[in-house]
Design a protein around this ligand. Structure first.
Ligand code: ATP
Ligand code: MG
Length: 692
């Protein structure tokens, strides 16, 4: 704790008088707008008429004000769209964010009983939408696809739920899901939810160690997996990895008893390793079950799922989410942020192994009665045009992705985008990391043809739903800025002592009021939950992110608090230096960290990757430094430019700066847990290029 406060203090030293504030320049907020850069963050107004009825800042403010003043009443109005077996109490919203006043906790819709799987499926069937498609599945290989209607999904959910019951899964039990992106993945989540079992989806790219550790942590005796998975030209041997995980868990004294295996064409039955007595083929047992499975009504606060964070700042935490509050927040944010209406074709590229896949691929779109595109493969397979071909094929209206993917696609020729018809697109979205203005502008101009608002949604695994985000058409978008808090969200900026800062300023982002989809606890460790999120600043939820607020009240995330670098008294946000570097024509992506510097206190160390066809040279190095000087100022010029073939990223595409900090400090033996990296081997390659 003391250590963290020390870090915060050094990062939050006040701006020296006259020092220019670093930042993505926006004409509405900066005294001296910098003209002439393709990556400048100019506010963009797009004419868009939202079907939600929120079409101006005034419309929004009215609703937001009420959501803060009367959260119980505000959320109850939305909750009544759903089926509740028993209604909630009038005073259903309750929370305590201050450890000094007792146990930290949050509850919404107390007294109510419901079931999210029923609300995702049966509720729509009851209203006559059963024959409409809800899943539009696109396989890894072109030409392989599948459509499923609400009724078909409900029937399959019931069959799988009945099988789970037959092997002893009961309300409250944890079930691990380790699957490729096929329809059976969200179906498995819904089958658990129907029974009141707690699902924990483990991303299909994780190692046996990660799977074993998660299964043991939540005591899941059943694992649902597949024989394999297809990612571009690679086959992921999921069953083989699961076998190893079962073994590893048993060494630690935890026994996984049953493994349900979906046969996937990438690994046919005869090639799949098998353990008689423990393993069961999905195709052998599930189709034989009845498609009728009574719903298990659960209390609103009953845990719905458990999900581990990406691990970009440390060991992943097992975040526990509730049923009722999560359901309402997932649905309401999906509806307002994406302007999603029943029947819309919506595509979120996230894997279900990530919170975005939970809230905005599975639950949110289903709750809203939409058609959700589920893509099995990687967006650049077999060519970088694939993404846009899928948009054309399904006539996608809302497209939601991550900056890492936008940057990767931007690195290729625009012809890959322009070759597909994107006229169906109406709203674009991004999540996961700060997006650099150049990538934002490319997304806006090239992909969205300058007519689609971009919703840059800031949120976390812990928040369960989007928290700070534009609403399409209601106010101008600003490249790189998440803009305004969603309904029910009360952000504050704090200084290092926990004092609230007012007006246009910069500080640590915290939340002072609970919202329905807030994290309820960390699995098996409520103390860790309180210490991680509520001990730094008593009375506030600590986000770990740095943030700037402009005179319009708009919020821009500047990166993790730990990532803010203090160079000779100037606070430099890593995101800003990265954006400047990435605006250089040769640079694909940049990751910036601080390192100890004798004179400046901290120096700026930049890792950069280059576009195809560019070779790293002294001239490029100088040019990159010059770009930062010009765009931000001399104080932000990197001391070191380290060319890297690729950056270490989590499975969800986030750059793991804590590893880069160690490499910059030459502490190669202190890299810590790198098991959640998408490609751990990349680290050695970067180390070898140090000083080159
Ligand atoms: P861990 O907590 O284990 O270190 P993690 O924080 O990477 O992992 P997630 O919950 O997936 O796990 O990520 C949430 C974080 O992602 C936020 O705290 C923020 O730093 C970043 N983030 C998400 N969306 C945005 C956004 N739109 N703009 C800027 N940053 C974002
Ligand atoms: Mg986090």
């Amino acid at each position: 704790m003391e250590e963290r406060l020390k870090v915060l203090r050094s990062h939050l030293a006040p701006f020296p008088p006259g020092a220019s504030q670093s930042g993505l320049v926006s004409q509405t907020t900066s005294a001296q707008p910098r003209e002439g850069h393709a990556d400048v963050a100019r506010p963009v107004s797009v004419t868009y008429h939202a079907r939600t009825g929120v079409n101006s800042r005034e419309d929004y403010e009215r609703l937001h004000r009420r959501s803060i003043q009367d959260p119980a009443g505000f959320w109850a109005d939305f909750a009544s769209d759903f089926h509740w077996e028993r209604p909630w109490r009038r005073d259903h919203a309750r929370w305590n964010f201050d450890r000094r006043c007792g146990r930290v906790e949050t509850a919404f819709f107390e007294g109510g009983r419901t079931n999210i799987a029923y609300n995702c499926l049966d509720r729509h069937i009851a209203s006559g939408r059963g024959r409409q498609p809800c899943f539009l599945w696109e396989g890894n290989d072109i030409g392989v696809d599948r459509r499923m209607t609400f009724e078909e999904v409900r029937d399959e959910v019931c069959r799988l739920a009945n099988w789970l019951k037959s092997v002893g899964v009961r309300k409250g039990d944890a079930v691990a899901i380790y699957m490729p992106m096929v329809c059976e993945l969200p179906i498995a989540m819904l089958a658990c939810a129907r029974l009141g079992a707690v699902h924990t989806v483990v991303f299909g790219g994780f190692s046996a160690e990660s799977l074993a550790q998660r299964c043991a942590d939540c005591r899941s005796k059943v694992v649902i997996t597949a024989s394999g998975g297809a990612r571009a030209t690679k086959v992921v041997p999921l069953k083989q990895i699961t076998d190893k995980a079962v073994q590893l868990a048993s060494k630690d004294g935890f026994q996984i008893e049953t493994v349900l295996v979906l046969e996937h064409p990438s690994v046919p039955k005869r090639e799949c390793p098998w353990r008689q007595g423990r393993d069961v083929w999905y195709q052998d047992v599930v189709p034989r079950q009845s498609s009728n499975c009574p719903v298990e009504w659960v209390n609103s606060e009953h845990p719905l799922f458990l999900l581990y964070t990406s691990g970009s700042t440390g060991k992943p935490k097992g975040v526990v989410h509730s049923t009722g509050g999560y359901m309402v927040a997932a649905a309401v944010t999906t509806r307002y942020v994406f302007d999603l209406q029943p029947g819309d074709v919506y595509w979120c590229t996230a894997d279900c192994g990530w919170i975005t896949g939970h809230s905005y691929l599975a639950y949110g779109p289903l709750l809203c009665g939409a058609r959700s595109v589920i893509y099995e493969g990687v967006p650049s397979h077999p060519t970088p045009a694939r993404c846009w071909q899928i948009v054309e094929k399904y006539k996608v209206r809302q497209f939601y992705t991550a900056p890492t993917l936008i940057r990767a696609l931007e690195a290729h020729d625009d012809k890959f985008v322009l070759g597909s018809d994107r006229s169906s697109l109406a709203v674009l979205g991004t999540v996961g990391e700060p997006i650099n203005p150049r990538a934002w502008n490319w997304f806006f101009e090239v992909v969205g043809e300058g007519r689609c608002p971009i919703v840059d949604t800031w949120w976390q695994t812990e928040t369960g739903a989007a928290m700070i985000t534009p609403l399409p058409g209601a106010w101008p978008c600003v490249p790189g800025s998440a803009t305004l808090p969603f309904f029910g969200v009360a952000p504050v900026l704090l200084d290092d002592k926990g004092k609230e800062l007012h007006g246009a300023t910069e500080g640590i982002l915290a939340l002072k009021q609970a919202w329905p989809s807030a994290i309820r606890t960390v699995k098996g460790d409520h103390k860790r939950f309180e210490e991680t999120y509520f001990a730094t600043f008593p009375g506030y939820y600590f986000t770990g992110d740095g943030c700037r607020r402009d005179a319009n009240g708009c919020y821009t995330i500047t990166g993790r608090v730990d990532d803010v670098i203090n160079v000779s008294g100037h606070r430099v946000g890593t995101a800003e230096v990265e954006a400047a570097l990435a605006s250089h024509g040769a640079c694909t992506e940049a990751a910036v960290v601080g390192f100890d510097h004798d004179i400046k206190g901290q120096g700026i160390y930049a890792f950069v990757t280059l576009h195809d066809g560019h070779e790293f040279s002294d001239a490029i190095r100088k040019d990159l430094v010059k770009t930062v000087r010009e765009q931000i100022g001399a104080f932000a010029a990197p001391d070191v430019i380290h060319w890297a073939p690729g950056l270490p990223k989590t499975r969800s595409g986030k750059i793991m700066r804590r590893i880069l900090r160690k490499i910059a400090a030459k502490k190669d033996d202190e890299l810590g847990d790198i098991s959640t990296l998408a490609d751990p081997s990349i680290v050695q390659g970067i180390i070898e290029l140090r000083g080159k």
